[in-house]
Design a protein around this ligand. Structure first.
Ligand SMILES: [Zn+2]
Ligand SMILES: [Zn+2]
Length: 655
């Protein structure tokens, strides 16, 4: 079938020379690196200088005023260009809108995100060149706002000069020497993304200055230049660059069927993506007609475009982690807001606070309308793992009247997963709250014929916590002791003949758990009702929020293990505090570019890892409700066997 052929073609990978794949940019080729490469965010000082020049013009003559208005235009254009790229990036990451029309089904990994981190260097370069142009050509200072004749002039220069010049230069860049010295960098991005357009060497962007500059300066010199043409051309140029590097096919095929001429005039995301996969074809800037004239158009392009733009289905995931939003600030940590922030562990960033009010409105809209949606994915051993998000924020789980709505969302997500053929769905954080749905039991009882396995993943969470407790410990203090995890930890430790001081006011609940232990081990479970009871115990396992006063009862040198969300604030300087239970995904994970909330890169919450193990093992049981203590060691060993690694205990020093 033609469709299969083209899909095979798109999966073919180009090979970049090994020595060049480190993205380091430490090559000796002249003009490879950016002059401000080592200056970090200081590179933006150039814009501050422009702003200062605009606000405080050095001269008060007419000429001086015009000079400063130029600064404003350059600044405005920079902001608009940055915004345009950012909006395209956001759209590219909205998998819930575009998952069926994705060209490469791979995910963008951390390596690519880091390599493309300074994608906006070219915007600074263009601003510098614009300032130089203003100083060199006084005619640029007196541009009218609008001159209609400029449109045709600019268009003619673009078609007659920019397109052919770029086409031939691009072909030249693919000659062996220039490719290994320069152009490999642009092609080293595995999955195309709008920011990939900016990911090229300094030299290539200098050349691009000519390509974008000729139509603008040409139009001005001919006498038809205007401010409107300047803005329109630059932004249209950027839009088409983003379009070509988008990994989502947005141009419907029927458009080309209705207007056949159009296919020779405008390229598509599929078109330029083909160039990134098969570097012998599709070199043009934006107009395929130059590839036709140069006999370099890929003959399978039309079929592939039709195939992708009309695709109705996409591969179903094998595993789904069903999360929820934590709070407003964490909502800004999703890949479709800022992928750079999403690729590093979550922390509050003060400069994002202006986004709080609009995000609050989005939260309300999601509450009213949204369904559970796909937010990120990665591949492991040939199987697709996705994270879906229930459109509810943490605080909503504590509103009694919101419970039914939340359970309905979770139920619908489980049923959708079942229809799609998902094998395991793992419920994250509050989605498996005991008081909400009995740790997932509600759904299993209501739908006994589910094929998808519903998993709370807490067996592995318990295993991670228990394996962090040193073997020589003979007494622990446990809070949250009658919760799902508390019960399992207590019963497991009793088997290990560790004395467990279980903090609970409810003797009835304590006795119920104690009776579950074999008679000879029941003496290891001891009910305590006050924190004072633990003032001699140096191993605390914290399952609920702990105040400074409560922490003060711990003896000096205590280690606080914890499974409370959010983690407790470490008030004690003379004690150590463990992190939340988490595991590192196996090293062969592919396309992972997203950090799970505060977790480090590549690390996921233990309940997520628990779902992955369930899936990899192909277990047929649901893991809902109370934790099966017999399973704790089984799950732990399976996790290690599959290459998941426990996190190093890196206790945060209190204070
Ligand atoms: Zn190329
Ligand atoms: Zn490209």
């Amino acid at each position: 079938m033609e469709g299969e052929k083209v899909t095979t073609m798109i999966q073919a990978r180009i090979t970049i020379p090994d020595k060049r794949t480190a993205f380091s940019g430490t090559t000796t080729a002249p003009l490879f690196a950016w002059p401000w490469e080592h200056y970090g965010n200081y590179k933006y000082l150039f814009y501050v200088a422009l702003l200062a020049k605009y606000l405080y013009p050095t001269t008060t003559t007419e000429e001086g005023t015009e000079g400063s208005s130029w600064c404003l235009h350059i600044l405005l254009l920079f902001l608009l260009r940055g915004l345009l790229y950012q909006l395209w990036s956001s759209y590219d990451y909205m998998f819930f809108l575009n998952r069926t029309r994705r060209i490469s089904e791979e995910g963008i990994d951390f390596k690519q995100i880091d390599a493309e981190w300074n994608w906006d260097n070219f915007l600074i370069l263009h601003a510098i060149v614009a300032v130089l142009a203003y100083w060199s050509f006084p005619s640029l200072t007196n541009l009218p706002l609008w001159d209609g004749r400029g449109i045709f002039c600019c268009l003619a220069l673009h078609i007659g000069v920019s397109e052919p010049v770029y086409y031939w230069l691009h072909r030249l860049l693919h000659s062996p020497n220039l490719f290994t010295d320069y152009h490999w960098l642009h092609h080293s991005s595995k999955v195309s993304h709008p920011f990939t357009a900016g990911h090229a060497t300094f030299l290539e962007h200098l050349v691009l200055c000519i390509v974008i500059g000729v139509p603008i300066l040409g139009t001005v010199f001919i006498g038809y230049g205007s401010i409107s043409i300047l803005y329109s051309y630059v932004l249209l140029f950027d839009m088409l660059r983003c379009l070509g590097h988008s990994n989502v096919e947005v141009i419907p095929h029927h458009l080309f069927e209705n207007i056949p001429l159009l296919r020779y005039l405008v390229y598509t995301p599929t078109y330029h993506n083909i160039h990134h996969m098969d570097m012998r074809t599709n070199f043009c800037l934006f107009m395929p007609v130059y590839d036709i004239l140069g006999k370099t158009i890929n003959t399978r392009y039309w079929d592939l475009h039709k195939d992708i733009s009309s695709r109705k289905k996409t591969s179903a995931p094998g595993f789904v982690f069903l999360g929820h939003v934590v709070d407003i600030m964490a909502a800004l940590h999703t890949p479709f807001v800022f992928r750079s922030f999403n690729s590093i562990p979550f922390s509050k960033k003060f400069f994002l606070f202006p986004f709080w009010p609009p995000t609050f409105l989005v939260m309300l809209a999601m509450w009213a309308k949204s369904k559970t949606f796909l937010v990120s994915f990665y591949n492991l051993r040939g199987r697709l793992h996705q994270t879906w998000v229930v459109p509810r924020f943490g605080f909503q789980y504590f509103l009694p009247f919101a419970a039914d709505g939340i359970n309905k969302q979770i139920e619908e997500a489980i049923l959708r997963a079942d229809r799609l053929g998902v094998k395991v769905i793992s419920l994250a954080a509050l989605n498996k709250n005991e008081s909400l749905n009995g740790g997932g039991t509600l759904f299993i009882n209501k739908h006994p014929d589910l094929k998808v396995r519903v998993v709370h993943g807490n067996t592995l969470t318990a295993a991670v916590i228990l394996n962090e407790i040193p073997r020589d410990v003979d007494e622990v203090f446990l809070t949250g002791s009658t919760s799902k995890l508390g019960r399992a930890i207590a019963l497991y430790l009793a088997r290990r003949r560790v004395r467990v001081l279980m903090l609970t006011q409810s003797t009835e609940r304590f006795l119920k758990i104690q009776k579950e232990a074999p008679e000879e081990l029941q003496k290891f479970l001891v009910q305590v009702t006050k924190y004072q009871a633990a003032k001699q115990c140096k191993t605390w396992i914290i399952g609920k929020w702990t105040t400074p006063r409560e922490q003060s009862w711990a003896p000096s040198g205590t280690h606080f293990h914890q499974y409370v969300v959010p983690p407790v604030i470490p008030f004690r300087r003379d004690c150590t505090f463990g992190k939340l239970a988490a595991m590192r995904l196996p090293e062969d994970v592919e396309g992972l570019g997203s950090c799970e909330y505060t977790m480090e890169r590549g690390v996921v919450h233990a309940c997520h890892a628990g779902g992955v193990v369930h899936f990899l093992e192909g277990w047929k049981h649901h893991e809902v409700g109370a934790i099966d203590v017999d399973q704790i060691d089984v799950v732990w060993k399976a996790a290690l066997r599959h290459g998941l690694k426990p996190m190093q205990i890196s206790p945060a020093i209190g204070g």
